[in-house]
Design a protein around this ligand. Structure first.
Ligand SMILES: Nc1ncnc2c1ncn2[C@@H]1O[C@H](COP(=O)(O)OP(=O)(O)OP(=O)(O)O)[C@@H](O)[C@H]1O
Ligand SMILES: [Mg+2]
Length: 385
C-alpha cells in the first residue's frame, strides 16, 4: 500500500492527491485556468480541500513567485472587515493612528484567496464586485480610488444560490463569481482515492513522529472506504494521525479502525444511497430538535411582542379594564423567562457541538448551521471555553 518513488502528489505537481476521475477533472481545470487571471470560485463541503485547490491554482499561475494572501472572511468582525480588505487612511476612524494597507494591496501582483466568501457582509460585497470588475477600490476614509493587480480565488462551503435566494448574497456578484466554479466532491463521492490519501498521511505522520508503520489490512482499508467522512479529507487526516500516533507500530486491523470511526460509522450498504442522504447521528438529531425548539420559542416570543403591542395600543382606548381579566394575559408578559431559556438552550447546543468536534470551531459552526463569526461571538457572549 505504500507508494513508490514519485507520489501522486508530484505526478500532478500541484500538491493534490487523487487519481479518481473526479479529482483528475479538477486537476485538468486547474491546469487550464491556472495560468490565466480568471477569478475562480471553489466550492465543496468542509474539509474537501478547497484551500489545497486554491494553492494549486496560484502555483499553476504566472503569479506563483508572488505572494498569495489568504483571508478568512468568516473570522473577521463585520465592523473592521472593510478596513482589513481595503486598508484605511490615518484618522479615518477612532484608533486609526496610521494609514494601513489592506489585504488587496498586500496581494498586489499576486493572488488573494478569499475563504468563506459567503460570510462577506452585503455592503462589502458591492465593493468587492467593483474590485473584481476593474481592480478599483477606495481605502476606508479616502475618496481617492486606487488600483491593484490581483487574481482572486474565492471559496465557500455554502450553497451560494441559497444565499442569493435568502438575500444574504448579491446576485450580480454570484453571477460574476460562478463563471469558473471548481466544485470539489465530498470524499465519499471519490472514495477510491482513500488508499492514496491514507498512504500520504501515514508516510507524513510516521516520518514526523519516527514511527515504524506496519501497514493496514485490506479489510481495515475497506472500512475506511465505506465510512461517511462527514469532515472529508481533513477528518481522514485526523484519523490517520490518531491511528499512527496512538496505535504505534501495530498492523492496523478493522477492529482498530472501527474504534476511531464510531461517531459517523455507517453501514456498508449506505454507500449505495444517494450522497445527499446523510446518516443522522444522535448528536445531529438532538441539534435538530434544539433548533426546532428555539425556532418555535422565538416565534412565540415574537407573537407575544406583537400581541403586547397590539393590546397596549387598544387597551384603555377600546377594551378598558376587561383586557386585564383575559386568560393568556399573564403569558404575554412572560418573555424575560423565555429569552433566558433560549439562551440556555443555545449555550447547550454550542457546548455540545464543540465537544463533539473536539473544539474545532469550524466543524462545530457547520453542524450548528451558523457562521464561524456568529459562533465566536456566542462563545464570548456565553463564556464558553
Ligand atoms: N486532494 C488532497 N490531497 C492532499 N491533501 C488534501 C487534499 N484535500 C484535502 N487535503 C488535506 O485535508 C485538509 C483539509 O483541506 P483544506 O483545508 O484545503 O479543506 P477546505 O475545503 O478548505 O476545508 P474548510 O471548508 O473547512 O475550510 C488539509 O490538511 C489538506 O492538506
Ligand atoms: Mg478552507
Amino acid at each position: 500500500m505504500v507508494m513508490n518513488g514519485q507520489s501522486a502528489e508530484y505526478q500532478n505537481g500541484l500538491g493534490i492527491i487523487g487519481t479518481s476521475l473526479e479529482m483528475q477533472e479538477i486537476i485538468q481545470v486547474i491546469q487550464n485556468v491556472g495560468p490565466t487571471d480568471i477569478t475562480v470560485l471553489v466550492t465543496g463541503e468542509s474539509g474537501v480541500g478547497k484551500e489545497v485547490v486554491a494553492h494549486a491554482i496560484h502555483r499553476a499561475s504566472k503569479r506563483a513567485a508572488k505572494p498569495m494572501v489568504t483571508v478568512n472572511c468568516g473570522a473577521i468582525p463585520e465592523g473592521i472587515i472593510e478596513s482589513e480588505l481595503f486598508g484605511h487612511e490615518k484618522g479615518s476612524f477612532t484608533g486609526a493612528s496610521e494609514a494601513r494597507k489592506g489585504y488587496f494591496e498586500l496581494a498586489d501582483e499576486g493572488t488573494i484567496f478569499l475563504d468563506e466568501i459567503g460570510e462577506l457582509p452585503l455592503a462589502t460585497q458591492v465593493k468587492f464586485l467593483r474590485i473584481l470588475e476593474n481592480g478599483e477600490f477606495n481605502r476606508v476614509g479616502s475618496s481617492v480610488p486606487r488600483k491593484v493587480d490581483v487574481r482572486v480565488i474565492a471559496a465557500t462551503n455554502k450553497i451560494l444560490e441559497e444565499e442569493v435566494r435568502n438575500r444574504h448574497f448579491r446576485q450580480d456578484l454570484y453571477y460574476r463569481l460562478r463563471s469558473i466554479n471548481i466544485r470539489i466532491p465530498a470524499l465519499r463521492e471519490h472514495n477510491e482515492d482513500i488508499p492514496l490519501l491514507f498512504d500520504k498521511f501515514a508516510k507524513e505522520f510516521s516520518e514526523r513522529n519516527t514511527i515504524d508503520f506496519k501497514g493496514i489490512t485490506a479489510e481495515a482499508m475497506q472500512a475506511l472506504m465505506n465510512y461517511y467522512w462527514h469532515g472529508n479529507v481533513r477528518e481522514l487526516r485526523n484519523v490517520v494521525e490518531s491511528l499512527l500516533v496512538i496505535e504505534g507500530g501495530k498492523n492496523i486491523t478493522v477492529d482498530i479502525v472501527n474504534k476511531y470511526l464510531h461517531d459517523y460509522q455507517s453501514p456498508a450498504t449506505e454507500r449505495n444511497l444517494p450522497a445527499v442522504v446523510a446518516k443522522h447521528t444522535e448528536f445531529d438529531e438532538r441539534q435538530m430538535l434544539y433548533r426546532a425548539l428555539i425556532e418555535i420559542k422565538s416565534d412565540i416570543v415574537e407573537l407575544k411582542t406583537i400581541l403586547t403591542t397590539a393590546i397596549g395600543m387598544n387597551e384603555g382606548a377600546l377594551l378598558g379594564d376587561e383586557m386585564a381579566a383575559l386568560p393568556g394575559r399573564e403569558i404575554i408578559h412572560g418573555t424575560a423567562h423565555d429569552t433566558l431559556s433560549i439562551e440556555e438552550m443555545e449555550r447547550k447546543m454550542i457546548v455540545e457541538a464543540l465537544q463533539q468536534f473536539h473544539g474545532n470551531r469550524k466543524l462545530a459552526a457547520d453542524a450548528l448551521k451558523i457562521s464561524e463569526r456568529t459562533l465566536y461571538r456566542k462563545i464570548k457572549e456565553y463564556g464558553v471555553l
